[in-house]
Ligand binder design. Structure first.
Ligand code: CMC
Length: 428
């Protein structure tokens, strides 16, 4: 293990400390690079740049491993529940039975939103994309919960964290209800987190609603699979927004805005649309050819990942969850599932996908599963945002509590015009 790296730039030779994590690649600490050499590093898309030190989540993309606080995602998803994962992400350890009971109770007691927030929802057009409504309403939480926006106060930080985790299902369900033109359903605190959410989405005042435990367990597992994913685009957005001292509600709204993009959280919606467009297995070769064609912008949605160069471990659990949900909802012979399974088989035996190490990611099977649970495609990214909120919050808290924390301020390679003089409009 080396502790030093040396860079030669023209006449200058400069040493940089090499830091070692518990697992994963070493990092070269180039914090003093500009001061010592006058040069910046250039790394668009941050493919080789560690933006922070973190103890929360670790991904080994080459072997397809995802750990939260050291625990493999498979074990958390199979043996625990979502609120346990939330506790783990926030506090660093799995809760004892007493801590779990207390945490579940605290989350449950914060599920209602300020009644005035309903007015905020109804200000949107009915045909607004649910993600647009989410960005607006979550950002608006800062206007409702003034007593938890002082980020310098640890108590307020924790209150804001609990509020966000607890109220996000209520806000997501209200977004859905408004989208489909039904009355909002208040939370019911004797139900568990996922069951409560399904009820707020699918109950109507004129009928009794019984939550199907298989579907509630599936929903809970889907939340676990999306809870955190290290320094991805939306998490980095939350950290960057938070680095200026912005309040947590504003930071999470920024994360939601970033998540909306089709290369990130919007991929499950895009993936289901793609599977519908393909329609039948006989059209798969045509779409594989499109994905490989450099002159065609089409990409196989739900395939490929910046970090995973192997099967995304979340995709395996999602596939299993998909089978359970399709079985429980009477869609075991879903034709889109057949298209997805065939598409995966074709792609994984195609040289292009093998050479570029493109495997199914979590979004490949999540669309089919969420649709079978009853959600329209427009809600998919909202569900992702709901689940990812705890990851964003845990990462935001870690950043705020880090004594090394400074405002994020990337530099640039400027290739624009050199200094020139203003020309009056009559002379241009
Ligand atoms: N279909 C066809 N070709 C692909 C795909 C794909 N889905 N993904 C990557 N490639 C090719 C790409 O064209 C490039 O080829 P070349 O080297 O010849 O230029 C090569 O593979 C590397 O791709 P890249 O764009 O440099 O890789 P990246 O790390 O910047 O992008 C990605 C990662 C996830 C944005 C990309 O794989 C993609 O667009 N996938 C489809 C969208 C998707 O499923 N996103 C969900 C990600 S998982 C959920 C989440 O974490 O938010």
């Amino acid at each position: 293990m080396t502790d030093k790296s040396t860079l030669t730039l023209g006449e200058k030779t400069v040493d940089f400390a090499v830091r070692h994590g518990t697992i994963g690649p070493d990092v070269i600490d180039i914090g003093a690079l500009y001061k010592n050499t006058g040069a910046f590093t250039y790394d668009p898309g941050f493919t080789s740049t560690a933006s922070c030190e973190s103890k929360i989540t670790y991904i080994d993309g080459d072997i397809g491993m995802l750990l939260h606080r050291g625990y493999p995602i498979e074990q958390l998803a199979e043996q625990g529940d979502f609120l346990e994962t939330c506790y783990l992400l926030l506090y660093g350890e799995l809760p004892t039975a007493a801590q779990k009971k207390d945490f579940d109770n605290r989350v449950t007691r914060h599920t209602m939103v300020h009644e005035q927030m309903t007015k905020f929802f109804t200000g949107f057009r009915r045909d607004a994309h649910p993600m647009a409504v989410m960005v607006g309403t979550v950002g608006a939480m800062a206007a409702f919960y003034h007593d938890s926006t002082d980020i310098a106060d640890p108590h307020q930080r924790m209150v804001a964290s609990m509020r966000l985790i607890a109220k996000m299902p209520t806000i997501a369900a209200m977004t859905y209800k408004y989208h489909v033109g039904q009355p909002f359903v208040y939370p019911k605190n004797d139900l568990d987190y996922a069951a409560n959410f399904l009820r707020m989405c699918f109950a109507v005042p004129c009928e009794e609603y019984q939550v199907n435990p298989v579907l509630a367990r599936a929903m809970d597992r889907i939340f676990i699979l999306h809870a955190d994913h290290e320094q991805n685009a939306s998490t980095s957005t939350v950290r960057l927004a938070g680095s200026s001292g912005a309040n947590p509600f504003a930071c999470i709204a920024a994360g939601i805005a970033c998540l909306w993009g089709p290369a990130h959280g919007g991929a499950n919606e895009a993936c289901l649309n793609m599977l519908e467009e393909i329609g039948t297995p006989d059209r798969i070769p045509e779409y594989i050819a499109k994905a490989k064609d450099k002159n065609d912008p089409f990409r196989l949605m739900g395939f490929g990942h910046r970090v995973y160069k192997n099967y995304d471990p979340r995709a395996k659990i999602m596939q299993k969850t998909m089978y359970e949900v399709l079985e429980a909802t009477g869609h075991a012979d879903d034709p889109l599932m057949q298209v997805a399974l065939e598409l995966e088989k074709h792609a994984l035996s195609d040289d292009y996908f093998i050479e570029k190490k493109l495997y199914p990611n979590v979004d490949f099977y999540s669309g089919i599963t969420l649709r079978a649970l009853g959600f329209p495609t427009t809600m998919f990214t909202v569900l992702f945002a709901l689940a990812r909120t705890v990851g964003w919050i845990a990462q935001w808290k870690e950043m705020v509590e880090d004594p090394q924390q400074r405002i994020g301020r990337p530099r640039q390679l400027y290739t624009g015009a050199e200094k020139r003089d203003y020309v009056d409009i009559s002379g241009r």
